[in-house]
Design a protein around this ligand. Structure first.
Ligand code: ADP
Ligand code: MG
Length: 993
């Protein structure tokens, strides 16, 4: 019932509303508007008529018409004027004098003065008009008048009047109230009709709507029920669904969302139920709407499409939207189930896949390496530009062809098959790439080294082998060059005579060493690698390590720093060390180069020593030359002194005193002779007569002599090696050495002290290095003479071996003693050194080479004793440029029974021998003579008589001339000054032999 009322009531209400509106408000308003409009109309019409009067009046004033005529014509025109709904409305004219001048429907009243003319309400009409005209000139006047042309009917009327002043006329026209009312009535009637029609229509419409509403309501309730049941049935499924699901009802409101929806999009169910979800991005709205419309038309009611949806916090998700319409029993759609599958990640991976494919394509297309792909049948399916550049084949020449026959030189075919076998056709899908080097062949047949990396790739369910090929010709060349340069450097490293070590900068551990290092240090490579120099005990003074480190820190490098290293066997090595920092095998390292300069230093020292020795030798040589120069003449003089003295001494019946004088002169002469001999000795003008000598015996002999000459305050002790080896020496010279050293020691100990003489056997290697390199023999005898005397300072020590250097007073020292000792030792191939300090005594050490077995031991020559050898009256030719010598010799020889012929020079001697040669048994000839000289004379004599017997006599025993003479056939040699006995003996022996 209520429902029907609901349907009718609106209709009824709308009709009432319509009526009230139209009749209550609209029509009264329309009426007043109509009245206003009509009043305006009559006002304007009155003005029009007024203008007609004005026009005629103008003509009167212009003299065109006279006044009467003009008024007549004007009235005529006005009388004819009509208007209104029936064309019966009119104009009238009155005079100010209240005369009715013209009225179209009351001509009977025209010309009458009508001051008492009243309407039914008693209103003085004309008077009212005139009043308004006089007061206002124009205006409205309401009154009652006959209905248009019907005088019998009186009706309410409103007129507008206007005074035309020049003529004193009042014109007017009126409108009847009835006319307006009639109009209103007609309008009311129309409106009522419309109202009825509206009422009918609205009633019909609302009835229909109510019906529709009622039906829909029923259906909706049914659908709701169906949906509820369906939802209950599938709720579990929907709740469990990983995809967001939304169920909309037919009007598009949310009935259900599942937990996945809340999870993915963020809205709780209670936030969206019964409403709409605003989660379609603007740019997807159109497509979504179209899809929703389409799905209702779709025969299956199913549709899916890809789209995007926004989460509650505004993030866009890519979704696959599936729409399904569900319908009621009658097939009417009840709503829609929307399933949203989140494909964001799927999309992303698809995108990634596409991108990676794109990347692969662009990388392989632009790659510098050739990229080749083969299918399981070994046919090329991919070939990039770089492959073309490498092999010379364009892609279309290779695609579809078998790889191995095309690119592998026949003899490497098997290698290729093997390389690719694990991939591709076996289908095991080993994705791990492998690097291998192969020889490949270009289109032009050229072969080249290639690096191949093979991996597998699954495409559309098939395994392909992908090969990445690189032309490594250049790299190979570079490697070869590197290898060569490395081997070059290694060769250099191993060949240079330096020790080279590369060590870690921080730890100092050796990373690399060369053979030179092992050679120098004595450590094996195994020992040295990984160890530091300190570990190896390489530094003789460990503080050197710190010095080097500081220097490196300061200067960044070290150049030729002298360092003493200690080899493994303890040998000390003088080295020059250079160090550089550099990077080796990727880490900061030190390169240390050491040059062993021990030998060099030794050589330098030796050189300095030799230099000094040479200088000394040169000085000796000079003195020797000087001595040799005077020796000849000096000896001749001494020969004369000595000879005459001996002759004097041998004189029978000589006064005893005179005889002693003669003997003293002879002694002095002999000492002079000795001095000359010493000069000649130290300058080595006298060859030592080397033989096996027992030095110990020589020492005993010398000690005996020294004890006789040295004061008792000096104690002489000996420490002699009983097993002392024999030395190769001149015994006389050895005696001289001992005597000289002994007297020097005595001189150094004026207050007394100890003189010690020692001997011992030594081996060359036991001697200090400086000595060893000078000495050539293996075994030596060491003679050590030490005293506890005053000693010497270094300055003095430097000069002691110099000839004529002495610190002793005039007449006390000659400065020749040590010079002679030095000369003798050098002449023996030995060495002498002196150690001394002021106040600490002095030690002389002498090394003499041990005699080998080739030498025979000889007794020291006996002191010559004059034996009066008797002659048989033979003739001797004495040749000498010295008259004194000839004199002395002649006397001596004649005294011995010889006949003597003398010659002053070689030429004379030859002359004599030529004439009296048969008679001459012996020639005694001086070597140094003016003219041809002894040497030539000897040769000439030998030519005259090969059997000639010649004795050479000389005051100068320079080796050469004597040796030459002996070689030239002289029987012997006799040194001047000679003892007379000596001469006789030699002469005798020569004549006899
Ligand atoms: P001389 O003995 O005539 O001075 P030497 O050649 O024998 O000449 O010696 C040279 C110098 O060497 C001596 O003057 C002396 O100064 C020094 N000398 C030599 N032997 C010794 C020694 N045993 N103690 C101190 N000084 C010495
Ligand atoms: Mg001396």
């Amino acid at each position: 019932m209520k429902r029907y009322l609901g349907a009718v009531l609106p209709a009824l209400l709308s009709v009432i509303l319509f009526g009230v509106t139209v009749f209550g408000f609209l029509l009264p308003e329309v009426e007043s508007q109509i009245i206003a409009k009509k009043r305006e109309m009559i006002r304007e019409l009155t003005n029009t008529v007024w203008n007609i009067l004005a026009t005629y009046d103008a003509q009167v004033r212009g003299g065109l018409l006279d006044k009467d005529e003009a008024q007549r014509r004007a009235l005529g025109r006005i009388r004819a004027l009509r208007y209104g709904p029936e064309g019966k409305d009119y104009f009238w004219v009155n005079g100010l004098n209240e005369v009715m001048i013209m009225h179209p429907y009351r001509m009977d009243l025209e010309g009458q003065r009508l001051p008492q003319f009243k309407d039914i309400k008693g209103k003085d009409l004309l008077h009212a008009f005139v009043d308004v005209a006089r007061q206002h000139g124009e205006g409205f006047v309401s009154y009652y008048w006959q209905w248009k042309d019907e005088p019998g009917q009186l009706k309410e009327k409103t007129s507008y009047i206007k005074l035309f002043q020049p003529w004193g006329w009042v014109v007017g026209t009126g409108l009847y109230k009835d006319d307006v009312e009639a109009e209103m009535r007609a309008m009311n009637r129309d409106m009522s009709l419309v109202g009825a029609a509206v009422l009918l229509l609205v009633t019909l419409l609302s009835g229909y709507l109510t019906y529709r509403e009622m039906r829909a309501e029923g259906e909706r309730a049914a659908a709701q029920e169906v949906l509820r049941q369906t939802l209950d049935k599938y709720r579990a499924v929907l709740e469990a669904s990983p995809d967001p699901v939304i169920v909309y009802n037919y009007v598009g409101l949310v009935d259900y969302v599942n937990p996945a929806f809340s999870r993915v999009f963020g809205w709780r169910a209670d936030e969206v139920l019964g409403g709409k979800i605003d989660f379609v991005p603007d740019d997807e709205k159109e497509a979504t709407l179209a899809a929703i419309n389409a799905v209702y038309d779709h025969p299956d009611g199913l549709l899916s499409f890809e789209s995007r949806r926004l989460t509650r916090d505004g993030r866009a998700r890519n979704v696959m939207v599936s729409l399904a319409v569900y319908r009621g029993d009658g097939g009417a759609p009840l709503g829609m189930v929307v399933n949203l599958t989140d494909i964001t990640s799927m999309k992303r991976s698809a995108e990634a896949l596409r991108e990676s494919e794109e990347k692969f394509r662009s990388i392989s297309a632009n790659a510098l390496d050739g990229v080749v792909m083969i299918d399981p049948q070994g046919r090329i399916t991919f070939w990039n530009q770089a492959a073309t550049a490498i092999f010379g084949y364009a892609a279309d020449e290779t695609l579809g062809r078998e790889l191995h026959p095309l690119l592998a030189p026949p003899r490497y075919h098997a290698d290729y098959v093997k390389a690719f076998a694990e991939f591709g056709d076996s289908g095991t899908g080993k994705a791990v790439g492998r690097m291998l080097e192969l020889v490949a062949r270009r289109k032009n047949g050229q072969e080249f080294p290639a690096e191949l990396s093979v991996s597998s790739l699954q495409l559309h369910g098939q395994w392909y082998a992908v090969g990445i090929v690189r032309d490594i010709t250049e790299r190979k060349q570079a490697e070869e060059a590197l290898r060569q340069s490395e081997s070059r450097y290694r060769t250099i490293l191993e060949t240079v005579p330096y020790s080279i070590a590369i060590s870690d900068l921080r730890s100092g551990a050796n990373l690399e060493i060369n053979d030179g290092f092992c050679l120098l240090s004595g450590h094996s490579r195994q020992d040295a690698l990984g160890k530091t120099a300190l570990d190896l005990g390489l530094y003789n003074r460990p503080e050197d390590h710190l010095t080097l480190r500081d220097q490196l820190e300061r200067d960044g490098e070290i150049n030729g720093q002298p360092v003493t290293y200690r080899a493994k066997d303890g040998r000390l090595l003088e080295c020059l060390v250079s160090v550089r920092r550099f990077v080796y095998a990727g880490r900061p390292c030190l390169l240390s180069v050491a040059q062993d300069v021990s030998a060099l230093r030794q050589a330098e020292r030796e050189q300095a020593r030799l230099q000094a020795q040479l200088q000394r030798a040169q000085r000796m040589e000079a003195i020797g030359t000087l001595a040799g120069g005077v020796a000849h003449d000096f000896n001749n003089i001494l020969q004369a002194i000595s000879g005459y003295t001996q002759l004097i001494g041998g004189h029978p019946g000589l006064d005893q005193k005179v005889r002693r004088y003669a003997e003293d002169i002879d002694l002095a002469a002999r000492r002079a002779t000795d001095l000359v001999k010493r000069l000649l000795t130290f300058s080595r003008k006298v060859e030592p007569a080397l033989q096996k000598v027992d030095l110990n015996r020589q020492i005993d002999h010398a000690v005996a002599m020294l004890e006789r000459t040295i004061p008792k305050m000096v104690r002489i002790t000996t420490r002699l090696d009983p097993d002392l080896k024999a030395v190769k020496a001149d015994p006389g010279q050895m005696e001289q050495v001992l005597m000289n050293l002994g007297t020097n020691a005595r001189d150094a100990m004026p207050e007394g002290g100890e003189l010690m003489i020692e001997t011992q056997n030594v081996r060359a290697e036991d001697l200090s290095p400086g000595a060893a390199c000078q000495l050539t023999a293996d075994e030596y005898v060491m003679l050590r003479v030490s005293d506890s005397g005053m000693g010497m300072d270094a300055e003095t020590q430097k000069k002691i071996f110099d000839p004529f250097f002495t610190t002793k007073g005039v007449g006390q020292g000659t400065g020749l003693g040590l010079s002679i000792v030095y000369g003798i030792i050098e002449g023996h191939g030995g060495r002498i050194s002196c150690y001394s300090q002021p106040g600490q005594g002095t030690v002389f050490e002498i090394c003499l080479p041990v005699a080998d077995d080739s030498l025979t031991e000889r007794e020291a020559p006996e002191v010559v004793t004059v034996r009066q050898a008797q002659s048989n009256g033979e003739t001797i030719l004495v040749v000498d440029d010295e008259a004194a010598i000839l004199d002395v010799s002649t006397e001596l020889l004649q005294g011995a029974g010889y006949k003597v012929i003398t010659a002053r020079c070689g030429e004379d001697a030859l002359e004599i021998y030529r004439t009296r040669g048969q008679a001459i048994s012996l020639v005694i000839m001086d070597l140094g003579m003016p003219g041809m000289g002894g040497q030539r004379a000897l040769q000439e004599l030998k030519r005259l008589d090969p059997e000639v017997k010649v004795l050479i006599s000389s005051g100068y025993s320079g080796d050469g001339p004597v040796k030459d003479s002996l070689a030239a056939g002289a029987l012997g040699f006799i040194m001047k000054p000679y003892r007379l006995g000596d001469l006789l003996e030699k002469a005798h022996l020569a004549i006899q032999g």
